[in-house]
Design a binder for this molecule. Sequence first.
Ligand SMILES: [Cu+2]
Length: 143
Amino acid sequence: MTIHRLNIFAPVALLSLLLVGGGCGEADGTEGGDENAEQMVTSEDDHFSGHFLPDPDPPITGDNVVTIHLTDDGEPVTGADIDVEPWMPGHGHGSPEHPEVIEDNGEYVVSNIVYSMPGHWELRVDVAVDDLTDEFVVDYEVE
Ligand SMILES: [Cu+2]
């Protein structure tokens, strides 16, 4: 990230801190201006890589979609069993909705991701392929 970008995002972050004041807790302070751009993420036990593309970007309070390109050593991983849970670690709550996953040849479209408030959310993605299980934890700043 660049300084230039920080200058753009810092006022927005401050503003959302002020706006969130009366919610279910204080907005989680996050380090160094997390971006919500598409990201390549490695699963917790290093079994998989996931290319995460949020729509909209950045994510918004309400209904969101995330497309995950799941790979293992650069090869698409097909037929994975994927379970997604949004989680707000600063407040200890999840989402009122359960996301749905549809696969197209190693590309997993996750819909019905409902963030109930702005702030710092995790997307916790459990992946099971045959006997192998692993998990992604991806951070988002929800507007
Ligand atoms: Cu909350």
